[in-house]
Design a protein around this ligand. Structure first.
Ligand SMILES: NC(=O)c1ccc[n+]([C@@H]2O[C@H](COP(=O)([O-])OP(=O)(O)OC[C@H]3O[C@@H](n4cnc5c(N)ncnc54)[C@H](O)[C@@H]3O)[C@@H](O)[C@H]2O)c1
Length: 442
């Protein structure tokens, strides 16, 4: 019985509203059925691996989220597990078990600790080994970005998640940023019409960070000596891929990629690194600007950029173009045909009151002060909530694989004169019937 039939039978408007809500709620789990949901977990026990710059923020967030406990911590630096232990006990929880016996001690954590979730914020080379060990030992897993640096490793994640029926989640915080969520909300309401094209990127001057003698300086620069492509596609690509229904009605089909010359790190080393330092002898292969172009199965296009070695203000580009208008980030503005003045941008702030995503309305206060303007808290909150309720996670292993595959595929394309390279269909056809990412609530 649809809403009209119900009214014909004499139901009041209020009752009809109640019916509509019930149907929407009842439909939600079914709509999400194609992707994994696991048994609900009342209190999520977490093992946290890698408590450096980004991991520390997640530890702090998780201590504020109801229904979870960090019961194990792991880092190659015992001072970081000591720091986490202090935070955890100060929050009134029992001290976690610490795993600090070197770079493979996460294996012992995965094997021996009684955990529901192993979540890591380690250097890129450890993401996949940690996630595979976690799933093999019966734990859900989540990772910082990018999930994997090769297409083979993307498949390894997918196959393992399917084999062990465990969540394997890429924690792409930018999916949850205020503007990104507002744009997604507007896309779902059809404000921009059919979405035809999008652009995203990670344009961030990281030269100082890459040459530091601590934190990412200890591992991130090394990747620039090994790979030439887009090493960090997920922040820019994740949110716009959602607007294009990636893996949920459409999917990335193939891409081409080009890198320009490599100058930024060499120039920085020459200016800032003392003569005689081994850093001066490094040779970088990573082009300073990498541009990739993705074609989707439904014929849509996405430009993805990477630029982390040159002086510039921060940007993720964030452009979503439809048949009725577009959003353009940095600075955030919209243009919707028939709204506002013809041929003139409207500041996004002007439409935020009308189109703010419900999740941000509900959670902004709680997220205040958390990393990256609050979005890091929101992604952690959503992950724990989905695990507790036994629903599919907002983003799943197929999303992790598709958006991380751009690393490996861009390297392949750049190495072959921008030849087109195919994305695997990690969903094995399920993208055709999967519903869009649901509008998510607290
Ligand atoms: N989403 C974001 O906005 C964002 C921001 C920054 C970093 N990141 C990602 O977070 C991850 C970590 O970056 P970071 O900036 O925190 O780096 P970091 O170097 O500050 O922290 C890494 C931590 O991992 C530890 N570690 C290294 N190898 C380990 C191993 N084998 N086992 C256990 N611990 C190990 C290090 O001691 C360190 O404490 C990276 O994947 C990075 O891309 C994401």
């Amino acid at each position: 019985m649809d809403r009209r039939d119900f009214l014909k039978l004499g139901g009041s408007a209020v009752a009809a509203g109640a019916l509509a809500t019930t149907r929407a709620t009842a439909a939600a789990p079914q709509a999400a059925a194609p992707f994994l949901s696991a048994a609900p977990i009342e209190h999520v026990r977490i093992g946290y691996v890698g408590i450096g710059g980004q991991g520390s923020g997640h530890v702090e967030n998780l201590l504020k989220i109801p229904g979870c406990r960090i019961t194990a911590v792991c880092d190659v630096r015992p001072e970081r597990t000591d720091w986490a232990t202090k935070q955890i006990t100060a929050a009134g929880h029992p001290a976690p078990t610490a795993y600090t016996k070197g770079p493979r001690d996460f294996e012992r954590l995965c094997e021996t600790a009684d955990l529901d979730l192993v979540y890591n914020a380690t250097p890129w080379e450890f993401h996949v080994p940690i996630m595979l060990a976690a799933m093999k030992h019966g734990k859900h897993t989540a990772t910082e970005v990018p999930a994997a640096m090769t297409v083979d490793d993307c498949w390894a994640m997918v196959e393992s998640a399917e084999k062990y029926r465990k969540h394997c989640v890429l924690m792409e915080n930018c999916n949850y940023d205020r503007m990104e969520m507002m744009v997604y909300h507007m896309v779902r309401q059809g404000l921009f019409g059919e979405i035809l094209h999008a652009e995203g990127g990670y344009l961030h001057d990281l030269r100082g960070i890459k040459f530091a003698d601590e934190g990412e300086g200890l591992w991130r620069r090394a990747w620039a000596t090994k790979l030439n492509g887009n090493l960090y596609p997920t922040h820019g690509l994740g949110p716009v891929a959602n607007c294009l229904d990636n893996n949920r009605g459409d999917r990335f089909d193939y891409m081409v990629s080009m890198s320009g010359p490599s100058r930024g790190l060499q120039d920085w080393a020459a200016e800032h690194v003392p003569a005689g330092s081994p850093k001066r002898n490094e040779r970088y292969v990573l082009g300073d600007v990498n541009v990739s172009l993705i074609k989707t199965a439904r014929g849509k296009t996405i430009v993805v950029e990477h630029c982390t070695n040159l002086p510039r203000p921060y940007s993720r580009i964030h452009m979503v173009q439809g048949t009725k208008g577009l959003f353009q980030g940095y600075p955030s503005r919209v243009y919707i045909e028939g709204r506002g003045k013809e041929d003139q941008w409207q500041e996004a702030q002007a439409v935020l009151g009308e189109f703010e995503h419900p999740l941000w309305k509900e959670i902004a206060e709680m997220a205040k002060g958390a990393g990256h303007g609050g979005m890091d808290f929101i992604e952690d909150y959503r992950l724990i909530k989905c695990l507790r309720e036994g629903t599919p996670t907002d983003f799943n292993v197929y999303d992790a694989a598709a958006i991380s595959a751009v690393v490996g595929l861009s390297v392949q394309s750049v190495g072959r004169k921008a030849a087109p390279v195919d994305f695997p269909d990690f969903t094995r056809g399920r993208w055709q019937t999967a519903p869009p990412v649901p509008i998510i609530h607290m």
